[in-house]
Structure formats: C-alpha cells, structure tokens
Design a protein around this ligand. Structure first.
Ligand code: ATP
Ligand code: LTN
Length: 326
C-alpha cells in the first residue's frame, strides 16, 4: 500500500478551500492507502500565535479531521510537535537547501513582502514541510494547488540528498484535486479563499451557521453580463461558484449546467446555498460531538506513538547516512 502524508495548520477556521482542495481527498484516500494526517503546529508559529488560542485550534482541527470522516482506526492523526523527528530532520534539511531557492517561493514572497523584519521561520517553512513529508517515506501528498511549489522543492531536496549521500529518501508525488484545487475568495475571485482575509464573507468556514453560508454566497462577487458559463478567465466569480458546486456534488460543470433552468445568478446562488448547507450539516453535527469527547486526546496520543514508530527508523537511517552521532 502506498503511504500518504499531509498536514493542515491549526490557525483559524478551516474553510471550503481547505476542504475541497485538500481535506476531502484525505478521506477518499484512506481506503486504499496507509494515511498519516498531521496538525502542523510547528508551522503555525512561523507567524506570531497566542499560545492559548493555538492549543485550542490544534484540538479544533483534530476534531474537524474526524468530523469530515477521517477514521483514526484507518489513518494516523497526530500533532507535529509530538514527534521530535520533524524539527530534527527540518534542521538537517536546512543544511541541504539554499537561501536562494527558499526566497524564490511565492508563499514566502507573499507573506514577507513589504515587512521590515522577516522571521527566519517564514523563509525555512517549506524545508520543515519537506521534513514532514520525507520523515515518513511518503509516496503521495494530497494538497491544494498553492502547495505545488513546496512539493517540487521537497522533491528537489530529496533527490539532492540521495545523490550526495546515497539512497536516503523516497521521492514523493503531489496529488491535486480537479475541481477543488483552487477555490477563490467569494468577495474577490482573483484571490484564493484564505483563513486570514479580513472579510468573513470572503470564505465559508466548515462550521458556519446556515444563515452565514447564505449571506456569504448571496453577496458573492459575479459580473454584469448575466450569463451562467464556466470561463475562469473572463468570468472568475461565476466560475468559482460553479467550481464549488462541482466539487461539493461530484458533478461536472457540464452536468450541472445541462440539468438547470436557472434564469440568473440569483438562482445559481440559491441552489449553491442549499448544496453547501446540506454538505456541511453532518460535518457540524459530528464536530460538536467529537470536540467535546475525551476520545480526541486519546486519538492524538495514540497517533503520535504510531507516527513516531514510523519516523524513528527513518531518522536512524538519516543519521547514519550523514554520520551524525556515535
Ligand atoms: P490559508 O491560505 O487559508 O491560510 P493555508 O494554505 O495557509 O490556508 P493550511 O491549513 O495549511 O493553510 O492548508 C491546508 C490545505 O488547504 C493545503 O493543502 C492547501 O493547499 C489547501 N488550501 C488552502 N487554501 C485553498 C484554496 N483556496 N483552494 C484550495 N485549496 C486550498
Ligand atoms: N504548507 C502547508 C501545510 C503543510 C503540509 C505539510 C502539507 C505543512 N506540512 C506536509 C502537506 C504535507 C500549507 O500551508 N497548506
């Protein structure tokens, strides 16, 4: 069985972009893959965090993982900082990457742009991500399109180390969704939907109330020609709504448009509201039960043990290849 690894940061509310771009495939993959799903708290501290909030968000994401259908009996769910190999391998890989390649990453440029002083962690963020992946001899990494560059870097670093030290790492492949790989902000379809945007109506969080879902979708930015057509370049707003519809229902855009008698954007939006509310209702219900249960901590402790059991032999191999220790 191929091994899958992916991670989500415990920062703020998980939104439809995270779900349709990444999390939904986590659930699908667990039936025929050995899956490891991480809550990457060490990545979250590359920007300032309130410690109490961070702890809370770690458990929020863990509960959401389970609420969307990740089954701890099939998959490993754990918190990054509970397995020390991530930070250790992160350092070793830092010594095998170049500041030039890291400063070229678009996410680094976006997050550091215009700032007077930039934390080192923001620059080395993708190296820690490479460590997360390589630490488990991962074959497949399901992520949203925005992470493509980081996956490429991970492959480059793995190949570089293998060439220099002999076979050390498995070289992983990214896995991207067709429909949900890039969900755009509802208020500005030129930007990706993001946890950090100021306008809460730019995104739909998985735990949003029905009334908030309705408000955000009904006020989504479209255009003025009134024609419902999938054309991301000229009609980014409408195309984004169709894309969300497609990713939530599993229907292609052609199938969606073939069966409809919508007269305008209002009709499309109303139906998307219903589809979204229906898709998120069971997630919200599961979440509330799991978040309060004691099982959650047990799952994370057990997950960390199982993750560590896979990581430790890989770390031993790495230390041996590099000549570290005695
Ligand atoms: P944000 O930009 O919302 O802060 P992020 O990428 O920093 O998100 P993560 O929680 O680490 O936050 O992302 C989890 C997963 O969600 C990643 O695989 C990422 O590629 C994916 N993802 C994030 N935003 C989108 C989006 N708008 N469309 C599709 N996938 C997305
Ligand atoms: N960088 C990713 C989160 C992340 C990740 C990983 C994803 C950290 N480590 C390992 C896949 C595999 C993000 O910002 N979305």
């Amino acid at each position: 069985m191929k091994r899958v690894f992916s991670g989500v940061q415990p920062t703020g509310n998980i939104h439809l972009g995270n779900y349709l771009g990444a999390l939904k495939q986590f659930v699908e993959l667990q039936n025929d893959h050995e899956c490891i799903y991480c809550i990457v708290d060490e990545h979250a501290i590359t920007v300032p965090q309130d410690p109490k909030e961070l702890r809370k968000h770690i458990l929020d994401v863990a509960a959401l993982y389970m609420a969307i259908g990740i089954d701890p009996k099939k998959s490993i769910i754990f918190v990054q900082s509970q397995v020390s190999g991530h930070a250790e391998l992160g350092w070793i890989l830092c010594c095998n990457s170049y500041t030039g390649e890291l400063s070229r990453m678009t996410q680094f440029k976006a997050k550091s742009g215009g700032k007077e002083s930039v934390g080192t962690g923001l620059l080395t963020y993708p190296v820690l991500m490479a460590a997360d992946i390589l630490l488990y001899d991962t074959d497949v990494v399901p992520v949203g399109n925005d992470q493509k560059q980081h996956i490429e870097l991970t492959r480059d670093i793995a190949i570089r180390v293998n060439n220099k030290y002999g076979d050390t790492f498995v070289v992983p492949d990214g896995r991207f969704m067709k429909a949900g790989a890039r969900i755009m902000a509802l208020d500005d379809p030129e930007q990706k939907m993001s946890k950090s945007a100021e306008n809460i109506h730019s995104r739909i969080s998985l735990l949003d109330e029905d009334s908030k879902i309705k408000k955000s979708i009904m006020r989504a930015t479209t255009d003025s020609d009134g024609e419902i057509r999938f054309d991301p370049e000229n009609k980014p707003g409408v195309s984004n709504l169709l894309n969300i519809y497609s990713a939530l229902t599993g229907k292609t855009v052609e199938e969606i448009l073939a069966g409809q008698s919508w007269r305008g954007y209002g009709d499309l939006k109303k139906e998307l509201v219903a589809v979204t509310q229906e898709a998120l209702a069971p997630i919200k219900q599961n979440y509330n039960e799991i978040r309060e249960s004691e099982e959650l901590i047990r799952v994370l402790k057990d997950g960390a043990e199982r993750a560590n059991a896979i990581a430790e032999p890989v770390m031993k191999r790495v230390r041996d290849k590099f000549g570290l220790g005695i």
